[in-house]
Ligand binder design. Sequence first.
Ligand SMILES: NC(=O)c1ccc[n+]([C@@H]2O[C@H](COP(=O)([O-])OP(=O)(O)OC[C@H]3O[C@@H](n4cnc5c(N)ncnc54)[C@H](OP(=O)(O)O)[C@@H]3O)[C@@H](O)[C@H]2O)c1
Length: 210
Amino acid sequence: MRIGTLGNGLMAEALAGGWVNAGHDVMIGGRSAERAAEAAKRVGAVAGTLDEAAAYGEVVLLAVPAEVAVEIARLVPEGTTLIDCTNAVDHRDFTLAQASVAEAVSAAVGPGVTVVKAFNLAADTVWRNPPPNLGVPICGDPARTGGAEVVAELARDLGCVPVPAGGLVRAKLLEATAVFAIGIWVSGGDVRGMFPPSAEAFGTVLPGQP
Ligand SMILES: NC(=O)c1ccc[n+]([C@@H]2O[C@H](COP(=O)([O-])OP(=O)(O)OC[C@H]3O[C@@H](n4cnc5c(N)ncnc54)[C@H](OP(=O)(O)O)[C@@H]3O)[C@@H](O)[C@H]2O)c1
């Protein structure tokens, strides 16, 4: 698959590296030709401008600060699956600086662009070398399941387990979850124990179960 990245920073490089290793053709796109080329060289991708990367990929990863996500996403042509991994972190108190980046992005791009929220819940250091079977929540419009399924494949290509997490309307919850977790991490807490492997393993009866 041809994958473009909008951004040449930590997330673009981490995910691009995994996808190159999985056999995909990846173009890292940046506003600085030098920085894009350096990142591409490190992971075995090719480099381009933001416009070139937007046009290159059947799938494009949006990996820029949330405050410019809408502006940069507009570069993506119709027919693209656009993965939004952004988090609008307000670093003053680790709350959301914006309610739903993914929905704002989806409203700004053309109707033929499928926006899928994914890969925003773990840090770039995790994506560089994901632990086996890391769950990757994915929010995509149910009416555009093709996009979400393509993203699920890209999660599997990293050795991860895609976790269907509802439509794009639920992306705001995923964004909030990420920022909530970041707030706990920076205060020295550990969120991992809050999400045990399965409810059954702990004898929990879920609603609707006998
Ligand atoms: N790092 C993480 O652990 C992590 C985890 C989950 C989600 N995220 C989210 O992923 C997104 C990217 O994070 P990151 O860590 O990769 O950030 P980063 O390392 O700072 O890289 C940001 C990229 O965006 C580009 N950029 C910044 N302002 C721009 C503008 N006005 N126009 C065009 N390009 C611009 C930068 O270009 P230059 O290189 O030219 O400055 C750089 O390529 C953010 O929304 C972040 O919240 C990050």
